[in-house]
Design a protein around this ligand. Structure first.
Ligand SMILES: N[C@@H](CCC(=O)N[C@@H](CS)C(=O)NCC(=O)O)C(=O)O
Length: 212
């Protein structure tokens, strides 16, 4: 398998975690977002959305991190990133989507660039925007994690799920933009426990060949 990735992309970071949790070998193909490599003709032919990640598996190309993780779950079920029970599976998906669909898109590079140009906001206002939307999302996520964690080390239950795979990259983004994490002790504790796991260590931005 080949993963089109960027070291600091939190969506690609999710997929890297899932691949490592499942013990799958893959080749990383870095697309330097800051140099606009994701807008090149060759990459757009693969992924017309021009976003990372994309996964290539024997000629099959798939974009969207959650769809990729579900594909990996279907093709390599163990260790499972979704629980067995339908309601638990739905809850884990709901937690993952609260991050991937409602928090992350507002912090994406193209959104932040648009706030600067043409909208004319200065870098401090743009960082304030990021902190605002992460804080808003984390407030409800903190309540949900407190409700659903089984051991204080996972967002849901007592094993790694898709919700954890989404939380850790979002915490990385939060720290990058100096969000105050003090109001989110459950998320911070879960994140610290997960970040110590070998699969999460291997997936972290600084461990990537294109990492800064
Ligand atoms: N919903 C997509 C989001 C993908 C996405 O936004 N990727 C970002 C990096 S985290 C990107 O490629 N940004 C390029 C840009 O904004 O120009 C997913 O989960 O895969």
């Amino acid at each position: 398998m080949r993963l089109y990735t960027f070291w600091r992309s939190s969506a690609a970071y999710r997929v890297r975690i899932a691949l490592h949790v499942k013990g799958l070998e893959f080749e990383s193909v870095a697309k330097q977002l800051t140099a606009g490599e994701h807008r090149g003709e060759a990459y757009l032919a693969l992924n017309p959305q021009g976003l990372v990640p994309a996964l290539e598996d024997s000629g099959f190309v798939l974009a969207q991190s959650l769809a990729i993780i579900e594909y990996l779950e279907d093709t390599h079920p163990e260790p499972a990133l979704l629980p067995a029970e339908p309601r638990d599976r739905a809850l884990v998906r709901s937690l993952a989507q609260a991050i991937a669909c409602d928090i992350h898109p507002l912090n994406n590079l193209r959104v932040l660039n648009y706030l600067k140009d043409p909208l004319g906001h200065d870098p401090e206002q743009v960082s304030g925007w990021v902190r605002h939307w992460i804080g808003t999302g984390f407030r409800s996520l903190e309540t949900l994690a407190r409700r659903h964690t089984g051991d204080g080390r996972h967002v849901f239950g007592a094993s790694v799920t898709m919700a954890d795979v989404c939380l850790v990259p979002q915490l990385y983004n939060a720290r990058r933009f100096q969000c105050d994490l003090a109001p989110f002790p459950t998320l911070a504790a879960v994140g610290a426990a997960l970040e110590a796991l070998p699969a999460f260590q291997r997936a972290r931005p600084e461990a990537q060949p294109d990492g800064g």
